[in-house]
Design a binder for this molecule. Sequence first.
Ligand SMILES: [Zn+2]
Ligand SMILES: [Zn+2]
Length: 252
Amino acid sequence: MSAPLGLPLSVKRTLVTCSNPSCERYGHPGDKAPHKCASCKSARYCDRSCQRRHWRQHKEYCKVWAESSANNGGHTTVAQLRLKMAYLIWLLRGIPEYVKCMFEEYDYWRKGIKRGFIEFKFYYWEHLFNAIKVIEGLDIYDEMPFVAMPGTPSYAPPGTKQSLQLRKILPESCVNLHEAVQDYMRFTENKTRPNLQHALNVAKQNNDLLVISVSVVLEGTYSTHIYDFLYRSLSWQPSDKGPVAAVPVPAK
Ligand SMILES: [Zn+2]
Ligand SMILES: [Zn+2]
């Protein structure tokens, strides 16, 4: 299974960077790490020495990731799953009515001085795939240029155009969308994801963006997650706030 066709290059690039958080190339979009872990086929490294340095931390996850792929017939590695997760975020940002709905939910909690993020949590990867299928089935009615905040997973360097396909929710697609997507959405308090602190701090300074995360349960208590930002006006407004520091992509 290859990466979803509709996923922009910027997001794919963020997901193939070095998995070693103590490596300086970790999470730097554009720095594709060529060396793949042979056992889980998901962790990526600059080279063998970078892999060796990370092994103590990766060992436990490596086993879970390898088992998780084996359990779904070896068709989907965790790395491929994460591309699909990123694709879901990409699809969601192209449904204006739904983005509005996520902001309403977020604003409601934020008023209660709760810090957190909008999370789509799937206990089975099939449910993630189904959510994608349902959104792909919505009619595309327009396309708009998309700009992401610098340092975030969907950021593309100047000169690289990204465009967002806009989808409409028709009354007949409401039930499907509710069961396949909305039922998995929740507001999650920040305590559960210490590695999202930086992203949450950025969102706290700007009412027009929120942190969105997708997580999929792999084996037992293990799960994998990714995140990005959503913008109230769909695309980031450079006038809102200056560039932020690079946000590292969580490795687990
Ligand atoms: Zn590295
Ligand atoms: Zn591995």
